[in-house]
Design a protein. Structure first.
Lengths: 58, 987
């Protein structure tokens, strides 16, 4: 099965961030909006991964 | 602070009228297409998924589940972040085969109308409470804000407006084919209003209610249970189920399917949405917690769900209340419009059309349009009744959540579409049935039983465990039944189309209908003449195929396109039934009948998605293909049943037949002479055939032909994949060969002539000697004069013979000529005298126009020879008593000598050949054909040029003018440049 490289990279990044991020946002002194910061980071990485690469419209 | 119900209703109506306006001006094309088709608009239209669930319910969920309220947003975001794995392949499928809903997709993949019907029913059950939830949210917010318990009129008014909007802008005669730009723009606008309203209310909660971020932080420190409840592990009670449910819902829920796939602008928009939609959900989830805390701080007794509209009232900022109310209205109306549109299509295609189909007498488009409109109305009002009838409306939310869980049961079926070609319809229906049974018996029934107790909650009915159990059972049964039961060929082929990692080797079969006209005739029976013609023309236009095209390849493409287009109109099951019934295959060939053209086209269109070894292999394939295409030999590849598979560039140029017009045709469709040429050669036993001659556009052509059988390696039987024919155009070679032979012949004649000239030379010398003797021995003046002329003529003859010898040894001339000052007038006079000696001479009048001082540098004898030849030719062509005009004038450093006659002129056909050696129009014995060719070579030797204009009088077609241009000699001055050059060369 064919999986684009950007997705494989994204999966690894998401997995690593998820582990670190869950610990980070669950710290007792953490601000309430920490999960959202994590979310914005994921969106930023995703927008890079999905950047236009001259795709052919099928 | 309370609002008048009429104010709220007026506000809502005004807002919906604004939506009407936006949809209207978009449909009219007043908004630029660039904006309408912008990916941002697509992302915002996808925001329709953020219904009152995200707007109101999430505030309540945040209180109960802490961060668990983010589960829906996380589920949807994951589906879009991982779009290349799920959404993009599905988008390609739905666009190619015009599948407008999940039911269409299931019916297409599992090749069963039942798959579509069951899917529609389950979704109908799951979605109706969701519609009711939206109506309830609008009615209850209106009731809260107006402090009037009666919610009915608001709900009814809202439903009427929404019904009108959905019917006006969501349905058209070409449903399933075109984007509804007006609707998409309106929905995008709604999503924008919803987002801005919610963010504004959130900002007000932080900065208005609390006074700033620091104050909010301080308040949270004073209320430590608020932060700790956010991270309470209890929120995981249904977190996974909800995230998975919403992940599945991106494909399973009709409104998401509709916007994601039907209103998409292609892969580019989806790539944009892959991060754009998660960003949207992140932004819309952000204000939830501040709104919740601001509501709690205000001590409001209203349901937590309605805090977004209540905090404006609680903190005395009515503007934010109205803003929040509008946002809620946007969330509810957008969802109801899109969901009922999508559901109406599903119900029509999978519940009504399988039972009742319009006859050919009906206008099918009109029939479908009105049924779709009736269904939209019915669905909206079914949602209204679901909201209105129950006494205890507080439990609608629980029922909605549980009903929504039914969508989860489609997850195995959806994943199998792309990743498990072995899954079949029996497995799918059995798995879905099991999952839905468990869901209904263990979740839905207890809900209705516990309604009376009033203690209904998701925990009390073991929501998480039972949802997981139903999904696991569904998967197990799906896999087990699929593996144990048989799969039909049709279903297998459909699975291969959908699977990601296969490029189906389509079988190439002949169709009974051989032309688009026959397609129309066949389809007229079920669809009626008008509809059939319209559909076939539409399909031809989609494929860019001409009406006159008869190629089997085109007919197969047309059939596939028609099935896809009808699928968009009537659903895949009915479309397939119609196409199979009325456009059947004539033969189904098995051996080696893969449709290579289709496979190649598919690989070409998928090319940018290939990477690694697949991309390398594709490059190799393209390289080898390009070699064949650019080969300087004509290449025609035929399949085993004589269908033309390849027609390369050389063959295109040679035959004038474009490959796009002929590839996919039968060999028999070729025009003459190619048909006879190729069929005769293919019938021959020999693999090579040389020098086939034939006429093409009145030109003789000559080709060599070679053929080779394409064998599939490893096959023992005598069958083969096809034949490759090479065609070598040898016409040019033939012409060159003929030219060479002709030159050889001329050279032989030249050698012969040189020999003859040599032999004649001896007697001529004898004559000259005798003439000199007569001149010297006899005193008679008359005799001396005659002898002088004989000597002069013998000298001339000797020179001519010498020229002939030189001409025969062209290019190797060693003879050196005189380079003297020659008077042109003297030379002309001499030529005239010589010509007048000819007894056959006609009575011709010479008109002279010559300056006696005109001189050239050259050889008198050779110029004389030129003039004698040209004047005698002019004389021969002229009638007696006609004129020959001899003009001599100086043009710069050239002398122009023009000899003009009034003769018959030179026919255009021979004009190019008159300077060829041995070419003559005179009768045998009258001329050698060497005259003009000698003239040509002498003039070249004299550094001059020669021109012939004929006819002079174009109206009568008579008269010829020969113009000589020779280097001029200027008395007392310098010589012409060319003469100087000649001199320099001589030195």
């Amino acid at each position: 099965m064919y999986i684009p490289r950007s997705i494989l990279l994204l999966l690894v990044i998401i997995y690593l961030l998820f582990l670190v991020g869950v610990d980070w946002m669950n710290l007792p002194e953490a601000a309430w909006y920490r999960p959202f910061l994590l979310g914005f980071l994921i969106v930023a990485v995703s927008s890079w991964a999905h950047r236009e690469q001259g795709s052919d419209e099928l | 602070m309370n609002y008048e119900l009429t104010t709220l209703f007026g506000l809502g109506s005004g807002y919906l009228v604004l939506l009407f306006g936006i949809a209207f001006i978009t449909e009219r094309g007043w908004i630029p297409q660039k904006l309408v088709r912008h990916p941002v608009v697509y992302v915002l239209s996808l925001g329709v998924f953020a219904s009152v669930w995200a707007y109101y319910t999430s505030v309540g969920n945040a209180l109960r589940d802490g961060y668990g309220y983010l589960a829906p947003a996380i589920g949807i975001s994951l589906a879009f972040l991982l779009s290349p794995l799920l959404l993009k392949p599905l988008l390609e499928l739905t666009r190619t085969y015009q599948l407008t809903s999940l039911a269409d997709l299931m019916a297409f993949r599992y090749r069963s109308p039942w798959a579509g019907t069951v899917t529609t029913l389950v979704i109908l059950v799951g979605v109706t409470p969701l519609i009711a939830l939206q109506i309830r949210a609008i009615a209850e917010t209106a009731a809260i804000l107006s402090a009037q318990p009666s919610q009915g009129p608001v709900a009814i008014g809202f439903c009427i407006l929404i019904t009108l909007f959905a019917i006006l802008f969501g349905t058209s005669r070409r449903a399933g084919r075109t984007r509804h730009d007006g609707l998409v723009m309106a929905i995008a606008f709604e999503s924008l209003v919803k987002l801005l309203a919610f963010l504004s209310v959130g900002a007000f909660a932080v900065f208005g209610a609390f006074g700033g971020m620091d104050e909010l932080g301080q308040w949270l420190q004073e209320q430590p249970q608020m932060l700790s409840s956010l991270r309470d592990t209890n929120y995981f009670s249904s977190f996974h189920v909800m995230a998975l449910l919403f992940f599945t819902a991106t494909v399973a829920m009709p409104h998401m399917f509709y916007v994601t796939f039907n209103e998409s602008n292609g892969q580019r928009s989806l790539s944009f949405a892959s991060w754009g939609l998660p960003l949207y959900f992140l932004l819309i989830s952000l204000p939830v917690l501040p709104i919740l805390w601001a509501g709690l701080r205000s001590g409001s007794s209203i349901d937590v769900e309605y805090f977004p509209v209540i905090i404006g009232v609680a903190y005395d900022m009515p503007m934010f209340t109205l803003l929040a109310y509008l946002g809620g209205l946007s969330a509810a109306s957008g969802l109801i419009i899109v969901i009922t549109l999508a559901l109406s299509n599903m119900c029509l295609n999978h519940l009504i059309l399988p039972i009742y189909q319009p006859t050919a007498k009906h206008d099918i488009y009109r029939w479908l349009l009105w049924h779709r409109r009736a269904l939209i109305t019915a669905l909206i009002w079914a949602g209204f009744l679901f909201y209105y009838l129950p006494q205890d409306r507080t439990n609608i939310q629980i029922i909605g959540t549980v009903a929504f869980t039914a969508g989860l049961q489609f997850l195995p079926g959806i994943l199998a579409i792309l990743y498990w070609p072995q899954g079949n319809k029996k497995g799918f229906i059995a798995g879905l049935g099991t999952g839905v049974f468990i869901w209904f018996v263990f979740l839905m029934l207890p809900i209705f039983m516990e309604l009376e107790s009033g203690l209904l909650s998701l925990v009390s009915i073991n929501f998480r465990e039972i949802a997981a159990l139903s999904l696991i059972s569904n998967c197990l049964i799906f896999v087990a039944v699929s593996l144990l039961s048989s799969t039909t060929d049709e279903e297998r082929s459909s699975a291969e189309i959908c699977a990601l990692d296969t490029i189906r080797r389509r079988k190439r079969s002949g169709l009974v209908a051989k032309s688009p006209e026959e397609f129309i005739r066949s389809l007229s029976k079920p669809l009626g003449d008008k509809t059939a013609a319209r559909e076939v023309m539409q399909a031809l236009q989609d494929l860019n195929i001409k009406l006159s095209d008869r190629r089997p390849y085109s007919m197969r493409l047309l059939r596939g396109r028609l099935e896809a287009n009808l699928s968009g109109l009537l659903g895949p099951s009915i479309a397939r039934e119609l196409i199979d019934g009325y456009l059947p295959y004539s033969i189904v060939s098995e051996h080696g009948s893969s449709d290579l053209n289709v496979i190649e086209n598919r690989i070409e269109s998928y090319r940018s998605n290939l990477s690694g070894m697949a991309a390398d292999l594709d490059n190799l394939r393209r390289y080898h293909r390009q070699i064949l295409l650019d080969l300087p030999l004509g290449v025609c590849s035929l399949s085993f049943d004589n269908e033309i598979v390849m027609w390369n560039h050389t063959l295109e140029e040679f035959t004038g037949i474009k490959s796009t017009d002929i590839v996919g045709s039968q060999l028999a469709d070729l025009s003459e002479p190619w048909l006879s040429l190729l069929t005769n050669f293919l019938d021959e036993d020999s693999s090579h055939s040389y020098k086939h001659n034939f006429e093409l556009d009145d030109h003789k052509k000559s080709v060599n032909l070679h053929k080779a059988i394409i064998d599939e390696s490893g096959k023992q039987d005598s069958s083969h994949e096809g034949v490759i024919v090479l065609l070598e155009d040898i016409t040019e070679t033939e012409i060159l060969e003929a030219g060479l032979t002709h030159s050889e012949r001329l050279a032989s004649i030249g050698r012969l002539a040189a020999g003859v000239a040599h032999e004649i030379g001896n007697p001529i010398t004898g004559i000259a000697c005798l003439a000199q003797t007569i001149r010297d021995e006899y005193q008679s003046k008359e005799l001396n004069n005659l002898a002088e002329q004989i000597i002069e003529q013998t000298n001339r003859t000797s020179k001519i013979l010498q020229s002939l010898v030189n001409f025969a040894h062209a290019g190797t001339s060693q003879t050196r000529y005189e380079n003297e000052i020659v008077s042109v007038l003297d030379c002309i006079e001499e030529a005239k005298t010589l010509i007048s000696l000819d007894k056959k001479s006609k009575d011709i009048h010479f008109q002279m126009d010559c300056d006696p001082q005109t001189k050239i540098m050259g050889d008198f004898q050779r110029l004389l020879q030129v003039l004698v030849n040209l004047i005698s030719n002019a004389r021969d062509a002229s009638q007696p008593d006609s004129n020959i005009i001899l003009q001599v004038n100086v043009e710069g450093d050239r002398v122009r000598i023009a000899i003009t006659d009034e003769g018959i002129g030179i026919p255009p056909a021979i004009r190019d050949r008159i300077f060829d050696p041995f070419f003559t129009t005179k009768e045998a014995g009258e001329g050698t054909g060497l005259g003009l060719s000698l003239v040509f070579s002498i003039v070249e030797d004299l550094n001059g040029d020669i021109d012939i204009i004929s006819p002079i009088d174009k109206s009568k077609g008579r008269g010829t003018q020969v113009i000589l241009r020779l280097p001029c000699y200027h008395e007392g001055g310098s010589q012409s440049t060319s003469a100087r050059e000649q001199e320099a060369e001589a030195q």
